[in-house]
Each structure stands twice: as structure tokens, then as C-alpha cells.
Design a protein around this ligand. Structure first.
Ligand code: PGA
Length: 250
């Protein structure tokens, strides 16, 4: 079964609102000579920038995403952003369980599950991030960590509303990406764990993806795209990731 190839830009807490609208037309222009392979582009700016970016995406076909969402429709959740409002602002996707949310802000699986249910109820697609820390990999615990993080999906059927992103924590923002073989091994494990949904669920890789390593990573059978941080901030560099990656699929 052919799966969507999805390239998602995770801007994290970068860029000003003013810098935001320019990015989409620039990326569109950079992709004019991309290999003729079907793919999807998703951009996740800071929540404060969604209103500025949404209209700029209209003519590009790129999809809008949020970096997190609240665990209910509305209510006493100081600092959170309702998935209802994300839909209102034109988001199609929301990233959940990013390692910075898990390890800097202490988000646990139970909270990530509550956020996921709220997002899915509003019709948002979820990019669920999973990944082991360096000490966990060294201790041979990679698969058990992934299995636990993926466990929140047990009993749920998200269908086309689910994308998984494998992001080894030791590879995020470090310049040290997982090797294509390391990525493939975990992606295959995740796909198997998804059971019958596995064949159609896109699994992205994330962690120091750049134009130089995009082709060898995307050449792997179970790598269906990327979640890109640092290399997504500049349109030319992000386009380089996309074009080099797609080259491996031609
Ligand atoms: P990076 O971040 O590409 O800067 O390593 C990836 C991510 O955190 O999604």
C-alpha cells in the first residue's frame, strides 16, 4: 500500500509573526522543480503565528499544524489552546507528545492521550511523537520505551487521523541523526505494533534531518517523511530536505 509522504516543519519557538507569511510562497517557489512524486507539506508555527500563516498557505496547498493542543474543548486550562480554536484557525494537524513537551515540560502519556482524544474529536490529524533518550538506547530499552509511548493508542482506531513521528531524543537538535538503518529498524517495529492500521499509517523520522541526509533516510522502506526542526526554518533549506528526500523515491 502506498502511504502519503509527509514533510512537516516544526518551527518550535522560532521566528517573529512578521517573518511568517513570506515563508509559504518562498517554499512554493523553491519546490517548483521538485521531483514529480506526490507529497504533503505541513507547517507548524508557534500558536501565536497561526493566524498570520493560515491565509498565506491558502494558495500553496501546504497544511497548517499546531505544536500542541489542550485536553478539552474549553474550560479552566490556563495557557492551553483549544483544538476547537485550532480548527477555527485552519489547522489540519497537531503535533502531540513532542520530546520537548515530554522531557522539558514533563508531559506524561496520560496527558498526551487526553490531548489526542480532544484533537481527534475535533477532526484534527495527530502527529504523535515517540522516541527514546540516549541512556535508554544504551541500556537496550529503545523498543520497550517506544512500545509504552505507542500504548496510548491501544483500543483507539484513528484511521487516517494518525501520523507517527519517530524522533530519537538524542538526535533532536544535536546534528547527530539516526542512521537510516537505526531509523528503519524502529519504524518497522512501530508499524508492526500498529497492527492492521500499520500498512496505511505514515511514520515520519525526526532528529537532525537536513538536505545532506534526507535521501538516504527516505530511501528506507518504512520511512514515510520527516518532522524537521532546525532545517525547516529557512525555505531554501527545507526545500532541500524535501527535494533530496524525494529524489530517493523517483
Ligand atoms: P531537529 O528537530 O530537526 O532540529 O533535530 C526535530 C524535532 O524536534 O522535531
Amino acid at each position: 500500500m502506498s502511504r502519503n509522504i509527509i514533510f512537516a516543519a516544526n518551527w518550535k519557538m522560532n521566528k517573529s509573526v512578521r517573518e511568517t507569511p513570506d515563508f509559504a510562497p518562498r517554499l512554493k517557489a523553491e519546490l517548483a522543480n521538485a521531483p514529480k512524486v506526490e507529497f504533503e507539506v505541513v507547517i507548524a508555527p508557534p500558536a501565536t503565528h497561526l493566524m498570520a500563516l493560515g491565509p498565506a498557505l491558502k494558495s500553496t496547498g501546504f497544511k497548517l499544524a499546531a505544536q500542541n493542543c489542550g485536553q478539552g474543548k474549553s474550560g479552566a486550562f490556563t495557557g492551553e489552546i483549544s483544538p476547537v480554536v485550532l480548527k477555527e484557525l485552519g489547522c489540519e494537524y497537531v503535533i502531540l507528545g513532542h520530546s520537548e513537551r515530554r522531557h522539558v515540560y514533563g508531559e506524561k502519556d496520560v496527558l498526551i492521550l487526553a490531548r489526542l482524544k480532544a484533537a481527534v474529536d475535533e477532526g484534527l490529524k495527530v502527529i504523535l511523537c515517540v522516541g527514546e533518550k540516549l541512556e535508554e538506547r544504551k541500556a537496550g530499552k529503545t523498543f520497550s520505551v517506544i512500545e509504552t509511548q505507542m500504548g496510548i493508542l491501544n483500543g483507539l482506531n484513528l484511521g487516517a487521523q494518525l501520523v507517527v513521528a519517530y524522533e530519537p531524543v538524542w538526535a533532536i537538535g544535536t546534528g547527530e541523526n539516526a542512521t537510516p538503518e537505526q531509523a528503519q529498524e524502529v519504524h518497522a517495529f512501530i508499524r508492526k505494533g500498529l497492527g492492521s492500521a500499520g500498512a496505511s499509517t505514515p511514520i515520519q523520522y525526526g532528529g537532525s534531518v537536513k538536505p545532506e541526509n534526507a535521501a538516504t533516510l527516505l530511501a528506507k522502506a518504512d520511512v514515510d517523511g520527516f518532522l524537521v526542526g532546525g532545517a525547516s526554518l529557512e525555505a531554501g533549506t527545507f526545500a532541500g530536505v524535501i527535494k533530496n528526500g524525494l529524489q530517493s523515491r523517483t
